[in-house]
Design a protein around this ligand. Structure first.
Ligand code: LMR
Length: 396
């Protein structure tokens, strides 16, 4: 049965962690997997989350199963965060929600719902997109097409080229968009770009699917949700996969949600029951712990305020590192080649490097990031920035 299976290469992102760990070079730098790090290289449990944990350990009282839709109150609290109170109430019975095992679980469940409803659907993905998008949609039996997105020259989105490629989509196709902090480029659409995208989606009857894994890392919680709000208020149908991995620091707890807007006023029941059945056939129900923590934080004024402060501190640290790295590249004589890093948002920037150049930097300088040139800016520190800038400048 299994004898024809051969060993596969490591995951292009997650595989870097093991290589980094095994490297004895004391100067090594990990710019691989997208996790937030402090100045001393730690990915701590957030203070508000820790307090929620203490509270839960006293109050939870049971580990009995939760429903396939998740921890009570979790999707409602996330919906409030993303859609805001007004839109959430406007969406009313049109919005189906389910807790999922992380943002990746939300993507997979959404793709399965799409495959169940219309198996011939093509999913349009940005060039480039997160390395796991295509494997996840393919695992659900869907096909994909690329749309133009990133312009390496200006280190920003080429929205004309993007709209031009989406003209080729057929009615009913799904367009996968990054709600904010585009992974891997760090380049987001402006709000006027989003308006143009929304108009095209509506005119061509395309279905937007927003993937949101970094709410709060670009400009702020509600600022980062503007695109989601615009799309969900203007389009008859839409999907949103949501992750609490980064903004709550809950990575390993696999805490996420999927929201689907249906066209009919009472679409919710059909959406939720179908999603729950797909979940049941996959993993029965999502893990409770992370969602319980996030819900505890969001439902308590004090914990919520302290979480918002911690999130703001993470955001400003990453934005500061962006500016310092761009400066350091200038000092190394790179001119404006990498100045886009300072303008981009979220954890990542896509440096214009070839896979060969990335391999040299890894081999000779022990700096680890994926072969497409994506760096996790949060892995930088004031101490390692000159070293990183020099190493990268030496290969371009
Ligand atoms: C990343 O893009 O580095 C993160 O989202 C982690 C992952 O699962 O790839």
């Amino acid at each position: 049965m299994f004898s024809h299976l051969t060993k596969l290469p490591a995951d292009p992102i997650l595989g870097l962690s093991a290589l980094f760990k095994a490297d004895p070079n004391p100067e090594k730098v990990d710019l691989g997997v997208g996790v937030y790090k402090t100045a001393d290289g730690r990915t701590p449990i957030l203070g508000a989350v820790e307090q929620a944990f203490v509270r839960l350990s006293k109050e939870e009282g049971s580990k009995v199963y939760i429903a396939p839709t998740g921890w009570p109150g979790f999707t409602e609290a996330c919906a409030e965060l993303v859609f805001g109170a007004d839109l959430r109430s406007d969406l009313g019975g049109q919005l189906g929600a389910i807790q999922t095992p992380g943002g990746c679980g939300a993507l997979r469940l959404a793709f399965e719902l799409i495959a169940l409803s219309k198996p011939e659907t093509t999913v349009w993905v940005s060039t480039p997109t997160w390395a796991n998008h295509v494997p996840t949609l393919a695992a659900a039996g869907l096909t994909h097409s690329p749309y133009a997105y990133y312009d390496h020259g200006s280190a920003s989105v080429d929205v004309d080229a993007m709209l031009n490629s989406l003209e080729g989509a057929a009615a009913g196709d799904v367009v996968l968009l990054h709600a904010c902090c585009h992974n891997p480029t760090g380049a987001d659409l402006s709000m006027s770009d989003w308006k143009r995208v929304a108009e095209l989606l509506q005119a061509r009857k395309l279905i937007p699917f927003l993937d949101m894994a970094y709410q709060g890392f670009a400009a702020g919680l509600s600022e980062d949700a503007l695109a989601v709000r615009q799309i969900f208020s203007s389009q008859p149908e839409a999907l949103l996969s949501y992750s609490c991995s980064k903004n709550f620091g809950l990575y390993r707890e696999r805490t996420g949600a999927l929201f689907v807007k249906g066209e009919q006023k009472d679409a919710k029941e059909a959406l939720v029951t179908n999603l729950a059945q797909l979940a049941r056939a996959n993993y029965s129900m999502p893990p409770a712990h992370g969602a319980a923590l996030a819900t505890t934080v969001l439902e308590d004024d004090e914990l919520r305020a302290s979480w918002i402060d911690e999130l703001g501190a993470m955001r400003s640290r990453v934005n500061g590192l962006r500016r310092s790295l761009a400066e350091a590249f200038k000092k190394e004589g790179c001119g404006d080649r990498f100045s886009g890093v300072a303008r981009q948002t979220g954890m990542f920037s896509l440096l214009s490097l070839t896979p060969e150049q990335v391999a040299v930097v890894q081999k000779d300088k022990s700096i680890y990031f994926p072969a497409n040139g994506r760096i996790n800016v949060a892995g930088l520190t004031d101490e390692n920035i000159p070293y990183v800038a020099k190493a990268i400048a030496s290969v371009v």
